[in-house]
Design a protein around this ligand. Structure first.
Ligand code: SAH
Length: 252
């Protein structure tokens, strides 16, 4: 799945518990690639404890000496910040970020970068990003716990990714049965109903019209028409097998 191309990058996290919390949040949301830039303590028992079973994310975490190394190979970079900065980088919501990440990860590497617990990201680090993401908060209490911020972004990425899957599925539905295929189905149905003595050809009344109305309402797909035709054939097959038995009883 293309979410494998999404990296969560933590820059100089000082509390190993937050690394574990971030790993857990990631695993809950189908993200797996954690990058740590100069973590103060890692691996650490506190990280493992807070990961609560997301040990695989910790085991495969990549520790880097600087942010540029952690971003190597990424086409799109998003940086998160609790404070609006006076930078020329556009600020977007987590929702817009989720959509952009889901879309971009279908074609290349994407990184979402998180800063230090005490000081966030430096302006130099922020400027490596194409976009800044700010989680909306109370005006005078805007700083989330690092792992909680990872959770918000990871959730938005997964929601957008799932919506994208649905959109792709809706774009390419099963082909709707053609007019000719439906007509052939109705001919077979009429024949079958006559054979099963459910339709009197001398007095058909409105049965076939009602059948047409019913199935036209369903916008049948090709596979569904084939399925129904299979059922009709099976019904007739049974009748013929039964008739043969009646005509040639076993004891003769
Ligand atoms: N005191 C720091 C905040 C650090 S919180 C500061 O003022 O920048 C640690 C990290 O969590 C931040 O660097 C950011 O990556 C993320 N974070 C916390 N709150 C956030 C918010 N409201 N919007 C976006 N990211 C946030």
């Amino acid at each position: 799945m293309a979410l494998e191309r999404v990296r969560i990058v933590l820059v100089e996290p000082s509390h190993p518990g937050n690394i574990g919390g971030a790993a857990r949040a990631m695993k809950n949301m189908c993200l797996s690639r954690l990058y740590l830039v100069r973590p103060e303590a890692f691996p650490a028992p506190e990280a493992t404890a807070r990961a609560a079973g997301a040990d695989d994310i910790l085991d495969t975490a990549v520790v880097c000496a600087d942010l540029a190394t952690a971003l190597h190979g990424c086409q799109r970079v998003f940086a998160t910040s609790a404070r609006p900065r006076q930078l020329a980088v556009p600020v977007i919501t987590p929702r817009a970020c989720g959509a952009a990440v889901a879309q971009a990860s279908a074609v290349g590497g994407v990184a979402v970068v998180f800063g230090r617990e005490d000081a966030g990201l430096t302006n130099a680090e922020l400027s490596l990003a194409g976009q800044l993401v700010q989680i909306p908060t109370a005006t005078h209490f805007s700083s989330l716990n690092l792992a909680a911020a990872v959770q918000v972004l990871a959730y938005e990425i997964l929601v957008a990714w799932n919506a994208q899957i649905v959109a792709i599925a809706e774009e390419a539905p099963e082909p709707i049965a053609s007019h000719e295929a439906l007509e052939a189905f109705y001919v077979q149905m009429e024949h079958t109903l006559v054979e099963l003595n459910m339709l009197d050809p001398q007095n058909p009344r409105r049965l076939m019209l009602r059948m047409r109305r019913l199935f036209n309402r369903a916008h049948l797909e090709n596979t569904e028409v084939n399925l129904l035709r299979g059922i009709l054939s099976a019904a007739l097959g049974r009748k013929y097998r039964w008739l043969e038995k009646v005509r040639k009883p076993d004891h003769l």
